[in-house]
Design a protein around this ligand. Structure first.
Ligand code: SF4
Length: 293
């Protein structure tokens, strides 16, 4: 039974019992009794609460390579968890059962405090805990507390994220995280606004910051035919990685399949991904991986 409610961090009180959430670039202004866009942060009487804190809706043990992270603790197991909700609205979402789920419609859930998560990871012989399945940005308070306990126990933490977080929150969370796979959904602002409901710049800023503080970063780009697979978009993305990060950052290009609301593009042909890999390799990117082919 869901009983615990956890006060959120990263928000300001506004006039008329409203609150402004500062966790992601949407900066939702939320009226009393209402939820933010992500569906898991609620204004209760002029204060912001996280409904997701302590209530993962999926907990599994996965190989770390499934995140995907291929150059961080290879061959190890990762206790992987996710909640409901998301702060983007990608029409091609491949995990909408969780991202568009709501706690108020959920069956009974058991409270799982941060120290219990770490205990579970140890029992299951996991070298890491991954915040994954849905967007962990929106449950950053829970992820941060788990990461602090995990650190004490010598267990690594992994963020599988869209990178859509404000810098003020990223500066609190990212230093406690060991590795991340950040999803760069398409290298143009137009792609972000039309297909995800977000913006590209904050995602680039998150990746730059995470990499800049010396953490292990891998990047995933889901390649959607005729949407984000143009030679120019791929070339612009590679140039940005070379200039702002490092040519040795592992890059994952993965195939799209039809899902959720968007079904206008066919499945990504393997040839498209192989072509991207070849051109990246020719430009000196030595850590290019292909997924779902
Ligand atoms: S985390 Fe949720 S409530 Fe906060 S700004 Fe983002 S979408 Fe809105």
């Amino acid at each position: 039974m869901k009983t615990e409610v956890h006060k959120a961090s990263w928000w300001n009180a506004e006039a008329g019992k409203k609150v402004k959430c500062l966790l992601c670039p949407r900066r939702c202004v939320i009226a009393d009794g209402r939820l933010g866009f992500c569906g898991v942060r609620e204004n209760q009487g002029g204060e912001l609460f996280s409904l997701a804190y302590g209530y993962p809706v999926a907990v599994h043990v996965d190989p770390i390579e499934k995140k995907p992270l291929v150059e961080f603790l290879p061959g190890s197991w990762s206790l992987s968890m996710g909640t409901f909700g998301c702060n983007l609205e990608c029409s091609f979402c491949q995990n909408y059962h969780l991202s568009r789920g709501f706690y108020k419609e959920a069956p009974e859930l058991e409270y799982l405090p941060p120290e219990q998560v770490v205990k579970l990871a140890k029992t299951k012989k996991c070298a890491s805990i991954s915040f994954t399945y849905n967007e962990p940005t929106i449950w950053a308070e829970y992820a941060l507390d788990i990461a602090k306990f995990a650190k004490k126990e010598g267990i690594a933490t992994v963020l599988v994220s869209n990178g859509y977080m404000t810098m003020e929150a990223a500066k609190d969370l990212y230093p406690f995280i060991d590795a991340a796979n950040i999803d760069m959904k398409g290298f143009s602002e137009e792609f972000y606004t039309t297909m995800t409901g977000g913006h590209l710049a904050p995602v680039l800023e998150s990746m730059k910051y995470f990499h800049g503080i010396g953490k292990h970063l891998e990047i995933t780009n889901l390649v959607i035919p005729e949407k984000n697979d143009s030679a120019k978009m791929i070339a612009d993305f590679l140039s940005w990685v070379e200039k702002e990060l490092d040519k040795n950052v592992p890059l994952h290009f993965s195939a799209y399949h039809q899902d959720y609301k968007y079904n206008e593009s066919p499945r990504t042909p393997s040839e498209t991904l192989l072509k991207i890999k070849k051109s990246a390799n020719l430009q000196g990117f030595g850590h290019v991986y292909l997924g779902n082919i």
